[in-house]
Design a protein around this ligand. Structure first.
Ligand SMILES: C[S@@+](CC[C@H](N)C(=O)[O-])C[C@H]1O[C@@H](n2cnc3c(N)ncnc32)[C@H](O)[C@@H]1O
Length: 198
């Protein structure tokens, strides 16, 4: 009788012990499961990684007048250099959105090395699907066609007063309010208008 009670008392913990590691294992995001039946393959980036030169990064942050109260989102953040520089030089908080997981991992290493890991976050996700509503500054180095595709999202999700800076590529009909030239490279600035004005 006594031994039966011990076995019964032990049963729930034995069961939990077997289930816990399985049930607590996080499900991989769809993009991380190539080859798994029924899962979407990782999405191909819309443009390859080409880093913004340091002088141009500095000009972009200056044109956007970045300060420590800003939250800067780099859409297609590559190795993270723009948000890392904004955190290092201005104390801004930053979020990098990047499809390529290897670049996200590189950016995280660089942020730690630069001592700003507590100020920046890198998310491995599609820039068209990311929630960018908390940004006060958005930086872009994409392509003219991607800027145009992105424009409705920027208008819809960003707060009035949010600055957008683009390295090299403009926004077609939406004319920039300022422009800087670094060597032969153009950098453009727009501000999200007050949505109450027509
Ligand atoms: C030209 S690089 C710019 C990198 C960085 N912003 C800079 O200026 O140094 C563009 C980056 O966007 C990423 N990218 C392309 N399409 C993307 C998408 N749909 N969502 C997230 N990242 C994307 C690429 O992997 C690449 O790293």
């Amino acid at each position: 009788m006594l031994s039966l009670r011990i076995v019964l008392a032990l049963l729930p913990s034995i069961g939990m012990g077997m289930q816990a590691p399985v049930s607590s294992f996080p499900s991989p995001p769809a993009a991380a499961a190539p080859g798994v039946s029924g899962q979407a393959p990782p999405r191909t980036p819309d443009v390859h990684f080409v880093p913004t030169p340091t002088a141009v990064v500095d000009a972009m942050l200056k044109l956007a007048n970045v300060t420590s109260s800003d939250v800067i989102y780099d859409l297609g953040s590559g190795d993270g250099r723009i948000v890392i520089t904004a955190a290092q030089k201005f104390g801004a908080r930053g979020v990098g959105i990047e499809l390529d997981r290897q670049l996200v991992s590189e950016a995280n290493k660089k942020a730690s090395k630069a001592g700003v890991a507590d100020k920046v976050t890198f998310l491995s996700t599609d820039l068209f699907k990311a929630d960018i509503s908390e940004a006060t500054v958005v930086t872009l180095y994409l392509l003219p066609s991607i800027n145009l595709r992105l424009q409705p999202k920027l208008m819809r999700e960003l707060k009035p007063g949010t600055r957008i800076v683009s390295h090299r590529f403009d926004m077609g009909e939406w004319k920039p309010e300022q422009e800087a030239i670094v060597g032969s490279v153009h950098v453009f600035l727009w501000t999200i208008p007050d949505k109450r004005t027509p």
